[in-house]
Design a binder for this molecule. Structure first.
Ligand SMILES: [Zn+2]
Length: 376
């Protein structure tokens, strides 16, 4: 069975040229509903997650019944949104390489995965090829905090495991990704005129600086990282800043270490505030540390059926699979956290989240061949 390269290229180009920043995925969803209806999908449904995500549409779930004698049911997931800038996105093609024609991202993240799925189903249907049961899940708002996946009811998925087509790592299957906590630290000092009454003030910025200096940030250990990326506060150069807000994150492949490092950060801020020199005059700063789970850890054992399936399929194609871990979180973290075993497959997308983003058609062809082998 031959993948139709030019048809795949056309699906990809059409998808990329539908602008779909996060919360505006309805155009892509309509395109997919039209195509999959024509391809004879057994069911197409859109969930009610838009009320939670703020998107103009919900997550899109499409089922192809298939024959379970041809393999366990599977699901494939892609996100429909892309990072900006996307306004007026046009696709440029040079040989087999696609890039954006202007000052926008291309959108191969994640439309390369979606296009491969469209070509896969088209190929199956035009050749009347029997396949295992599978479900296609297209989420919204992945790029702004995995919001679509978080609002998705994973219990409606019939398959026991599946694959997110959403990685840049060539020829590597992602089997682990860190968990992350989001931190907001509010430091409250006391405002005073910096020229006439500096003694009366408590500089919240100085408290923040002391804490940041004492903390270990960046790579903390082999499994964990931490960062503060935003700071906000102060009102004028001649006023001692009363309030500073820091925003940051901790990530770890180990839940225990994530908890430990998060606690250390919280305690460090509290300790510095409690021992601030002006505390003896009953005039010290205070801190409020707000911790929110951003996404849970993803960690697949090599014996999981989801990995055995990709191993055996790849072997049939004469390829060996390498496994790797990712540094970022994605929809797969949420699915795994909700008990839906998900590995992540690469699509060939490269330099994503930049205007230099590009992809080679050959990689999308290989992905489609792999998916074809997996479902048949
Ligand atoms: Zn992505």
């Amino acid at each position: 069975m031959q993948v139709n390269r030019e048809r795949l290229a056309q699906f990809f180009t059409e998808l990329c040229e539908i602008e779909s920043p996060s919360r505006q995925e309805a155009g892509v969803s309509t395109y997919l509903q039209n195509h999959f209806t024509q391809l004879g999908a057994d069911s197409i449904s859109i969930d009610t997650s838009s009320s939670q995500t703020g998107s103009d549409t919900g997550n899109l779930l499409i089922r192809f019944a298939g024959d379970s004698q041809l393999g366990d049911a599977l699901f494939f997931a892609c996100h429909m949104d892309t990072v900006g800038p996307v306004e007026g996105v046009k696709v440029a093609r040079s040989g087999d390489v696609f890039s954006s024609a202007g000052e926008t991202t291309l959108g191969s993240d994640d439309k390369s995965g979606i296009a491969s799925l469209l070509e896969l189903i088209t190929l199956l249907k035009e050749n009347n090829v029997q396949h295992c049961p599978f479900e296609l899940l297209f989420t919204t708002c992945e790029e702004i905090g995995l919001l679509g996946a978080k609002a998705f009811d994973t219990s409606v998925i019939e398959a026991k495991y599946g694959y997110a087509l959403d990685s840049t790592k060539k020829d590597k299957v992602i089997i682990g990704a860190p968990a992350a906590n989001r931190l907001e630290v509010i430091i409250l000092g006391k405002a005073a005129h910096s020229g006439s009454a500096p003694e009366a003030g408590i500089n919240a910025l100085a408290v923040a600086a002391e804490a940041i200096t004492r903390l270990t940030l960046g790579r903390i250990d082999e499994l964990s990282t931490a960062n503060f990326g935003l700071i906000n506060g102060g009102t004028a150069t001649n006023i001692i800043p009363e309030k500073v807000v820091l925003k940051g994150e901790v990530r770890s492949h180990s839940v225990e270490l994530l908890d430990k490092h998060t606690a250390t950060i919280k305690e460090t801020f509290q300790d510095i505030a409690e021992n601030w020199p002006s505390q003896n005059q009953g005039n010290g700063p205070s801190v409020i540390v707000d911790i929110e789970e951003e996404f849970p850890v993803m960690s697949l054992a090599l014996s999981e059926p989801v990995l055995e399936r990709i191993n055996s399929t790849s072997a049939k194609l004469g390829k060996t699979v390498e496994f790797d871990i990712a540094g970022g979180g994605s929809d797969a973290n949420i699915f795994c956290g909700n008990g839906l075993t998900t590995a992540i497959l690469p699509t060939g997308m490269d330099k994503v989240h930049t205007t230099d983003e590009q992809i080679d058609l050959k990689d999308m062809v290989s992905l489609t061949e792999l998916l074809f082998a997996m479902v048949t």
